[in-house]
Each structure stands twice: as structure tokens, then as C-alpha cells.
Design a protein around this ligand. Structure first.
Ligand code: BG6
Length: 519
């Protein structure tokens, strides 16, 4: 009988050494607003459970679930166990770990605008501080519909739940708030939300989540660029022909029609995930890895983006088609979507980063739903060799060097290089030099939420978006939205589900003599 694979020990695989944390988070309690919702079940609870499993959580760590659903503590524990059983990346659930973790799960039914409920929450947190030793440290996690964010923040402020002085506990206790996306729906609303946040929390206490920053491969981009000596000298306009950044999804909008109708691909992916990938790819080397230094450099990139011209953005919407051999509906036939919706499910654009390093080097960005496959990657396409001395040599599909950082799936990095085909004559073709996370490290990468929640507990906001980053990204999105508002309504749908987007997107890059990669 085949043996189930076991995780190698530290001795068997020294690369697992990273599993040991250099420092542990302080004991704390986390209040999850929206604890009966989908995000808590799919992402937050499995992430917390896996942190518990790897012994990263501090002793006494406690979660208070807060939501309108009238659950008891027992209901909450049961529902969360179901969620972890269904969605945890590690299976089966370790019941010993779960039972001790579940002792720290509590639930408070509440309406988010009810001031008295926050007084009850405060009393509950104080009791937890006394009984579970959480020391007055608090993480407030806003996992509700975005309309509730300002309501909850104001109520936390009014009940003074964030103030150490009100707790009568350990001096030096901290409060932090994690804000889920979408962070506003345009620049004015993002600014308004930032203003509300700052009436209660200081900027270093605000953790705006973009889960792409928690992905191992996105963080590896920092390491790849700044811990290797050989790439930085060629990471610029002299050697790079252009950059392609892709976030492609084969899924549709699933059951999120009501949200997506207000968001579209521009707000859902471009404003956050694509802008983050762009800034990490294009930023200058930071002098250190402190949160402020790293984010300063990222913001400089966003500030250098040239205003986008009309001909440099293409939008699309999928019609019916086939994905993975199955017929699928068009966007307009999805649940909670208007039959004449002009919301975009695809965006492609050409951007320029106007600075010394990147002047006139195009960055082509694209994202779409219902494309043929799920693939997120950053591809750096280098210029061709200036002269080929092999005039009489047979060349089989020789292409310029491309460095691809695969964010998902098949996480890793590959470099396309020219190589001689073995044999007595000189023939050449392009081959891949590949690094795969899975086979190199022999461990499964943690989920992005595990890393980000742990960072928040440790008080490290490096991988969270700062106020000015979010606002700059909205500035670009608003500029595009304003441009679209002046155009006649687009003729949607303009690509069939299961294809690589509208023809205009191909034209956008082909007019520069280049082509989209097929990830
Ligand atoms: C979310 C978007 O932020 O990212 C979703 O709202 C999208 O529409 C998801 O599907 C993609 O994330 P991932 O981690 O699956 O690439």
C-alpha cells in the first residue's frame, strides 16, 4: 500500500529552518467583524488554524467573532470547525490542535451600529484579558461588507476600545486594525475612509490588506531583485525591452455579481493587485526592509506613472463560451448582473513609469475573468542580443531572454535562454532554466492570509498598503474611469469565455511590434 507522504523534518530538509520565527507575537485578542461571513470561513479561520498548527500563535490567543447572525459560542466553534475542515490547506484537521485553539473562540451577536453592543464587546475583551492573559492587545479585523467599515471604526472609537488607558491592563498594550478590500470605490471615498480611520487609529496601526502581498512568490520578487547581485544592473531600460504583468483567472464572478457590478476588473484587480505587482517590479532598491522605506519606494513608482491615454487601455466583457471543456454563461447572464451591464471583466493597458530607470519602457498589464487558465506572472522581456555571430546556424524558435516570475500556479522563476541543440552541427533554440518552489523547498507555501495576519500581530506593516499607496492607485483608476465615462458605451460582450480576451487587447500590444505571452 502506498505510504502517505510525510513532511520532512528539519534534519531531513534544512531549508525548513525558516519555520522557526525570530520573534513571537505578543499575546492578543482578535475581534473579527463579519465572523459569520464567507471570508472568515474560507480564509481567516483556516489561516488562524494553520498558524496554531505551526505554533505561531501566542499563548492565550483569542478570537471574538462579531456579526449579526445569532450564533452562540458553541455554534461559532462548530461552524468554524466545518470551515477549517473544508478550506484548510492542511488536511485532515488535527483535533488536538483544534480543541485547544477552539477554547479561545467566542462569539458576540451584534448589530454593527449598536453602541451598546460595543460596550458589551469591551467588557468581553476585558474579561478575556483577565482570564486568558491577552494583555490588552487587540487586532480589529474588518471583514464585513465595506459599507460597514466607517460605522464600525467610529463605534470602536466611541466605545474607546482602541485606547490602552481605558483597559486598566498592561502598559504598552497595542491596538491595530486590519481593513479588507475594497478600500473605497474611488479616490474621494478612499480618502474619506482614511480620514475616518485616522480619527481613531494612527497610520502605523492601520493594516490595509492586499492578499497578493502575502503570496510567497510576490515576496520572492523582493528577494530575487535585491538579494542577487546579477539582476539589478540589467533591471532597467538599457536591457529590458518591456514588462508584462498578468493576472488571469479561469473562474467567472462566481456568486459575487452584486459586488462585481459595482467593481469591475479595474477596481477589483487593477487598483490593488496589479498596482502592487507593478510597484514591486519597478521600484528602486530600498536601503533597508523597514515598512516605511519599502513603501516609500513603492509609492515613488506610483507617482511616476504617466497619465494613461485612451488608446492605451482596453476593456472587455466575456460572453458565453467554454472553459475547461464545460459550457459557461456570459457575464450578463450571471446572477445579480444587469442584462445590459457594461461592467468590464477584462482590462489590458500600457503604462509608462517616467523615471530614469524606466523611461519609455512599456509595462503591459492585463487581467481578466473567464480566460483559458489561471495564471499570474511578471515577465521581464529583455532586449535581443545586439549581434548574432551564427549567420549559417539553424535557429529553432529563438526568442529574446525572458525572466518570468510565476506567482501562481507552478510557483517559481524561469529564465529563457538560447542553447545549442546537441549534435554535430551548430543549431540553437530557446530553453528554460527553471526554479520551482515545490520541488526546491519540499514544503507547501503558507496561505497569504497566514503571513499577513502574523505580520499584523508582530506589528510589521511592510506587506500592507499605506494610505498614500492606496490613494495613488485610486488616482490612476479614477483617471481611466473618467475617460471611459466620456466614451460611447462599449459593445459588450467582446470576448468569449475561455479565450484570451478581446481582439483590441492583442492590437494594443501588436501595434508596438510585440505579443502577449501565453502563460
Ligand atoms: C480578489 C478578487 O481580490 O482576488 C477576486 O476580488 C479574485 O475577484 C481574487 O478572484 C484572485 O485572488 P487569487 O489569490 O485567487 O489570485
Amino acid at each position: 500500500m502506498a505510504q502517505a507522504p510525510t513532511t520532512p523534518t528539519l534534519e531531513q530538509n534544512p531549508l525548513r529552518e525558516w519555520l522557526i520565527l525570530p520573534r513571537s507575537p505578543d499575546p492578543s485578542a482578535m475581534v473579527i467583524f463579519g465572523a459569520s461571513g464567507d471570508l472568515t470561513a474560507r480564509k481567516l479561520m483556516p489561516a488562524l488554524y494553520n498558524l496554531a498548527l505551526n505554533r505561531y500563535l501566542p499563548s492565550g490567543f483569542t478570537v471574538v467573532g462579531a456579526a449579526v447572525t445569532p450564533w452562540s459560542d458553541e455554534d461559532f466553534r462548530k461552524n468554524m470547525l466545518d470551515a477549517v475542515t473544508k478550506y484548510s490547506r492542511t488536511q485532515p484537521v488535527d483535533h488536538q490542535v483544534w480543541s485547544s485553539f477552539a477554547e479561545g473562540l467566542f462569539y458576540l451577536p451584534m448589530s454593527f451600529d449598536d453602541g451598546e453592543a460595543y460596550a458589551r464587546l469591551g467588557a468581553c475583551l476585558e474579561k478575556i484579558d483577565r482570564e486568558r492573559g491577552t494583555g490588552g492587545n487587540r487586532v480589529f479585523y474588518l471583514a464585513t461588507l465595506p459599507d460597514f467599515f466607517p460605522v464600525i471604526i467610529k463605534q470602536i472609537g466611541a466605545a474607546k476600545l482602541h485606547l490602552e488607558s481605558q483597559r486598566g491592563t498592561t502598559a504598552g498594550a497595542w491596538s491595530r486594525v486590519i481593513v479588507e478590500k475594497p478600500f473605497g470605490h474611488d479616490l474621494p471615498s478612499a480618502r474619506e475612509l482614511n480620514d475616518v480611520l485616522h480619527t481613531v487609529f494612527r497610520e502605523p496601526e492601520v493594516y490595509r490588506i492586499d492578499h497578493y502581498l502575502g503570496k510567497e512568490t510576490v515576496q520572492n520578487t523582493f528577494v530575487f531583485r535585491f538579494a542577487n547581485g546579477i539582476f539589478e544592473p540589467i533591471w532597467n531600460r538599457r536591457y529590458v525591452d518591456h514588462v508584462q504583468i498578468t493576472v488571469a483567472e479561469d473562474i467567472g464572478i462566481e456568486r459575487r455579481g452584486a459586488y462585481y457590478e459595482k467593481a469591475g476588473a479595474l477596481r477589483d484587480i487593477v487598483q490593488n493587485h496589479l498596482m502592487q505587482l507593478l510597484s514591486i517590479t519597478a521600484m528602486e532598491p530600498p536601503v533597508n526592509f523597514d515598512a516605511e522605506t519599502v513603501r516609500d519606494e513603492k509609492v515613488k513608482v506610483l507617482k511616476s506613472i504617466r497619465p494613461v491615454l485612451e488608446q492605451d487601455v482596453v476593456r472587455g466583457q466575456y460572453g458565453p463560451g467554454w472553459v475547461a471543456g464545460q459550457p459557461v454563461k456570459g457575464y450578463r447572464e450571471e446572477e445579480h448582473v444587469a442584462p445590459d451591464s457594461i461592467v468590464e471583466t477584462y482590462v489590458a493597458m500600457r503604462l509608462f513609469v517616467d523615471n530614469w530607470r524606466w523611461a519609455e519602457t512599456p509595462f503591459y498589464l492585463r487581467t481578466g475573468k473567464r480566460l483559458p487558465s489561471r495564471a499570474s506572472e511578471i515577465a521581464i522581456q529583455f532586449k535581443s542580443a545586439p549581434h548574432l555571430p551564427f549567420q549559417k546556424t539553424a535557429v529553432v524558435g529563438l526568442t529574446p531572454n525572458v525572466l518570468v516570475m510565476r506567482i501562481q500556479p507552478h510557483e517559481g522563476t524561469s529564465l529563457k535562454i538560447a542553447a545549442k541543440i546537441p549534435g554535430p552541427v551548430m543549431r540553437m533554440r530557446t530553453v528554460n532554466m527553471d526554479f520551482f518552489y515545490g520541488s526546491s523547498f519540499l514544503i507547501e507555501s503558507p496561505d497569504a492570509y497566514e503571513r499577513l495576519i502574523l505580520d499584523c500581530m508582530l506589528g510589521d506593516p511592510t506587506l500592507f498598503a499605506r494610505e498614500d499607496e492606496v490613494e495613488r492607485a485610486w488616482g490612476l483608476v479614477d483617471q481611466i474611469e473618467a475617460m471611459w465615462a466620456k466614451q460611447p458605451p462599449p459593445r459588450f460582450p467582446n470576448y468569449a469565455a475561455g479565450t484570451w480576451g478581446p481582439e483590441e487587447a492583442d492590437a494594443l500590444i501588436e501595434r508596438d511590434g510585440r505579443r502577449w505571452r501565453r502563460p
